[in-house]
Design a protein around this ligand. Sequence first.
Ligand SMILES: Cc1ncc(COP(=O)(O)O)c(C=O)c1O
Length: 427
Amino acid sequence: MRTPRYKGVVDGLAAQLRAGRWPVGTRLPTHRELAAREGIALVTATRVYAELEAMGLVTGEPGRGTFVRDTALLAGQGIDEQAVAADAVDLQFNYPAIPGQADLLRNALRELAAGELESLLHYQPHAGRIEARTAVAKHLERRGLTVDAANVLIVSGAQHGLAATAMATLQRGDVVAVDPLTYTGFKVLAHTLGLELVATTNLDKLCRRRPVRAVYTMPTLHNPLGTVMSLTARKRLVATARRHGLLIIEDGAYAYLVEDAPPPLAALAPERTVYVSSLSKSVATGLRVGYVVAPEPKPIERVIRATTWNTPALNVALIRRWLEDGTVDRLEAHKRTDAHMRQAIARDVFAGLPFVSHPASYFLWLPLPGRADHVAAALARHRISVATAEQFATTPVVPQALRLALGSVPVPDLRRTLDTVREIVES
Ligand SMILES: Cc1ncc(COP(=O)(O)O)c(C=O)c1O
């Protein structure tokens, strides 16, 4: 079979990029120049660059050009997610939203505007106003976590909460135990702070071999696998952490999706667990409001002061209002139903394939028999953006798998999009 002309151009350029022919950051020829040089149509040149971008070899910056990307990171240590092309269906990132949320925001802004606004113009306490911290503490009771508002800190999203926690409690070179697949944002953070992430499925054994300082874990709805840790496994983890003096960093970003989960680690071992979560996935990613519950809040408060001073007052005021008037509870319930419905569609489409997921999860993990990057590139040609295992892997050998985020695609398009994924995976 004849290879299409553009495939040859892609393969040729990919080989040169992988061989380091151009320094990182080099601006590549414009689409027009590439078309003229290779004797291909302009749209084909655009397609060539789209494919190289999907392979993670170049980045396109609108209005500026196409640049060589840094691919020198070890396999499994990749830190950058690929940007989702504007016209692509997004199965890469989750920003679950339900119809009507914009109206909710509009109404809340109107109501806020009718009240006192002066106080929102000033610096806020670093950890947030006590009213907001109290509202979060109350909210957490429903997750089986009883905490004092004094131990709650308001942060600019869970990612900021994780960063503030790590900066306050860990040092460059510290060993942090993680799952063999873990949340990409924590990998990025560890890379930035010079922490050593060590993948383990046997924490106690690792602690006997290495001076582990902390363990980062997502016991309720693991990203990307969707697993929920049993009570027995939670108790075992706590016992190990106590035996070896570990700090537990518990990430509850998706915990709201599972109603009957065992108690958080922070409830089982409050003296050594920092619980980090946010309202990104339950309310909206763009508002950037999260929280940290810590046995010793002061060092984390100092990092908030050093990084953002305070989480934007207007956003916190909105979230506080929605926590207090039950809107957050209603949105959480609605999104649980939405996630179940999307997951059911995905499970139906991928029936018979060896996927891993949870009935309440906004993700589906799909192991592949062949190269995940090839499948991702093929999907990119169909304008479908997915994440490969590389972004989540903390092991030197990266499994071949895709993580499909089900929360962002409009529901009417979900089945058709997933059907296309299945077809491409099977071809
Ligand atoms: C497991 C996990 N933790 C933390 C975050 C960061 O959330 P936020 O948007 O609140 O910073 C995410 C976002 O995807 C996540 O999946």
